[in-house]
Design a protein around this ligand. Structure first.
Ligand SMILES: *[C@@H]1O[C@H](CO)[C@@H](O)[C@H](O)[C@H]1NC(C)=O
Ligand SMILES: *[C@@H]1O[C@H](CO)[C@@H](O)[C@H](O)[C@H]1NC(C)=O
Ligand SMILES: *[C@@H]1O[C@H](CO)[C@@H](O)[C@H](O)[C@H]1NC(C)=O
Ligand SMILES: *[C@@H]1O[C@H](CO)[C@@H](O)[C@H](O)[C@H]1NC(C)=O
Length: 614
């Protein structure tokens, strides 16, 4: 594989003709809706395990960067953080398909780029929320050779789906099971794609295991499953992890106010998750039929299959009703499984990856480059295709010999969210849901920044909320994220030698100063800054006297204590429902060595100045 990268200096044409067919592989992306890792949904998909997990690599540290369908899909399809797409909600004014279009993304996203690289592009299933039976033909989704989109308000009606083929009039599939219809359509598109010479991209986005949404009056019920799966999982229960309906409330903001769930709700929630697992069986069967079809066509050795979802899901964890939109791992830690030529089989990758990495990774594959580094790809691609510097994600190291990948690609994931949160299911509804208005029906003040940071000897989640509440979890020692190290009641219960406080060998305050500064960089980052955020704090210098900082551990060197303590801290002036930077406090860090941080602040160092948040 090494030789491929040498060819990158040559033109695209030269690459295409000089390398094997591998340089133009087919790419298939299966995108489920709201699938969890935490409740072990993957364990209940035997065909997925057989055909993808055993034959490919499971990325065990994959995250979405915003735990809500439409914004997460926008990030996935652009390779840009939500603060750069500014598609931050499922409906207008801050999100939904109309916002996607008005922000200009419909002219400049993955399928458009893939077509410019000579790919045929196909998509079946759900694209975005608020892509509906009224607006579908006003500004059709661009970039697709063939498409068949689910449209609102029928998207989440499992037995009353409406699809629009290539921008045509919506067709009702009343009485048919939506995920099975998606599978049938996938096969139609496969037949077309396999008939042609061009390499293809195929997106398959069934709605399972999302809630079933019935309009007028609006109701979110457990997902509907196909009758053939009704007998399954009767004894399944949601894992009783320590974050399952805990005796002591966890989290901050609205989460900390939640009452404990009673047995009626717990029973309902267990059945809710059983319904989700059953709904996923249709997807499981789809995976097998897909692999069989590719094998029969003889293209399996030139095709990558990516299996993932838009965001995770919680049910009963932290006392929450079914839903997403939180920064806990239940909601952001999601499946990513990749099978394809050169991808290690039956392996778990420890690389830290995010949804913003998928578009760059697809482009990298499609542009015929080798993979595994940042500074590759696209330099010779047509102008319609972005350069890596235009995207916020990086290229996921897929190949066997790039595992485990280098640590600079493996440390941080920038998490963000704006707006309110909503519960789903019978008890998750707050009052009258005749209309969706989370100010009235949901949990307010769910705007926050999050930083997931994983490296050798540390595994952390740090958040700053719009209420200026803070959280820090030592996920290594507290995987359920129930012991917020910035809560005085948690801290008071710990001894100085507690395992929870062991973070890369430095005191909590020193760690916090670094996390906060890194978050300050990431919350408004673009391009290379998002990939290499420490460089903004420690600009690379030719002088060998300036220490190199690439990771938290590098930054934790005592010589930087005063520097980090003096950085402005992330805070909000106000809880907004969308990305309004003027309400989001300081925006900039002071780079090291520039001498412009305020040394007078050094006195505030250590727990002293953090304690005002606790
Ligand atoms: C993001 O969009 C909102 C409207 O949804 C707008 O008010 C805001 O100014 C935009 N933010 C940026 C940074 O452009
Ligand atoms: C359990 O909680 C639900 C939701 O708050 C409530 O509607 C129900 O009445 C409660 N059941 C019992 C037996 O207390
Ligand atoms: C939601 O309800 C709030 C409070 O009543 C109101 O101010 C707001 O305009 C409503 N939003 C929408 C989109 O209807
Ligand atoms: C939401 O946050 C605002 C600050 O922006 C605060 O004034 C308000 O009390 C909070 N509301 C709730 C219900 O916590």
């Amino acid at each position: 594989m090494k030789f491929l990268s040498i060819l990158l200096g040559a033109s695209m044409l030269a690459i295409a003709s000089a390398t094997s067919s591998l340089s133009r592989p087919n790419i298939i992306m299966i995108l489920t809706d709201d699938q969890d890792v935490h409740m072990h949904s993957l364990d209940y998909m035997p065909l997925l395990q057989k055909h993808l997990m055993h034959e490919g690599t499971t990325f065990t540290r994959h995250f979405c960067t915003i735990a809500l369908c439409c914004p997460s899909r926008a990030t996935l399809l652009t390779g840009k953080a939500a603060h750069n797409t500014n598609v931050t909600d499922i409906i207008t004014p801050h999100g939904g398909y109309p916002k996607w279009v008005s922000e200009g993304h419909n002219d400049n996203y993955l399928p458009v780029w893939l077509q410019a690289l000579g790919y045929d592009t196909y998509y079946v299933g759900k694209l975005f929320n608020q892509h509906d039976v009224d607006n579908y033909d006003e500004e059709p989704a661009k970039g697709w050779t063939q498409s068949d989109f689910l449209l609102d308000p029928y998207t989440y009606q499992y037995e009353n789906a409406h699809f629009s083929r290539n921008g045509g009039k919506p067709v009702s599939y009343k009485g048919q099971y939506s995920p099975d219809v998606t599978t049938e359509k996938m096969h139609e598109f496969l037949d077309m794609a396999l008939d042609k010479e061009e390499p293809f991209f195929l997106g398959v986005a069934p709605i399972a295991p999302h809630a079933n949404m019935i309009p007028a009056p609006l109701e979110a019920t457990p997902p509907v499953y196909a009758k053939r799966h009704a007998h399954l999982f009767k004894d399944y229960k949601i894992p009783r992890t320590d974050n399952f309906n805990p005796d002591t409330p966890s989290g901050v903001s609205w989460v900390a106010q939640l009452p404990q769930l009673n047995d009626t709700v717990i029973d309902y929630n267990d059945e809710y998750q059983r319904c989700r697992l059953r709904a996923l069986q249709s997807v499981d069967e789809m995976v097998e039929s897909l692999v069989h079809r590719l094998k029969a066509a003889g293209v399996m050795d030139n095709t990558y299959i990516f299996y993932t979802t838009d965001n995770g899901y919680h049910i009963s964890q932290h006392r929450m009703h079914p839903g997403k939109e939180c920064g806990f791992d239940t909601d952001i830690h999601i499946p990513l499984i990749v099978r394809g030529p050169g991808v290690a089989r039956g392996v778990k990758s420890m690389a830290v990856t995010a949804h913003s990495d998928l578009a760059p990774t697809f482009l990298n594959l499609a542009s015929g480059a080798a993979f595994g580094g940042d500074d590759i790809v696209l330099e010779n691609a047509p102008s319609a295709v972005p350069r890596l510097a235009d995207l916020d994600g990086g290229v996921i190291p897929l190949l066997e010999d790039t595992q485990p990948s280098d640590s600079t690609k493996t440390e941080h994931v920038n998490i963000e969210f704006w707006g309110n949160a909503a519960g789903e299911g019978k008890y998750g509804f707050h009052g009258d849901w005749g209309v969706i208005n989370t100010t009235v029906n949901g949990y307010v003040n769910n705007t926050y920044k999050g930083l997931r940071l994983i490296g050798e000897g540390y595994n952390l989640y740090y958040t700053v909320w719009c209420t200026n509440e803070h959280e820090l979890y030592n996920v290594e020692r507290d995987p359920g994220q129930v012991r917020n190290l910035l809560s005085s009641s948690v801290l008071n219960g710990l001894t100085a030698s507690s395992d929870l406080l062991r973070i890369a060998g430095r005191p909590l305050a020193a760690v916090l100063d670094r996390l906060d500064a890194l978050m300050m960089v990431l919350k408004s980052c673009k391009g290379d800054v998002c990939r290499h955020p420490w460089d903004s704090l420690h600009p690379k210098s030719r002088s060998s006297k300036v220490p190199v900082v690439n990771t938290l551990v590098d930054a934790l060197d005592e010589q930087f204590d005063a520097f980090y303590a003096g950085q402005p801290k992330v805070r909000f002036d106000k809880c907004e429902l969308g990305y309004i930077p003027s309400s989001e406090g300081p925006q900039h860090v002071s780079p090291f060595g520039k001498g412009n941080y305020n040394a007078a602040n050094d006195d505030q160092v250590r727990l002293g100045h953090w304690s005002e948040w606790v």
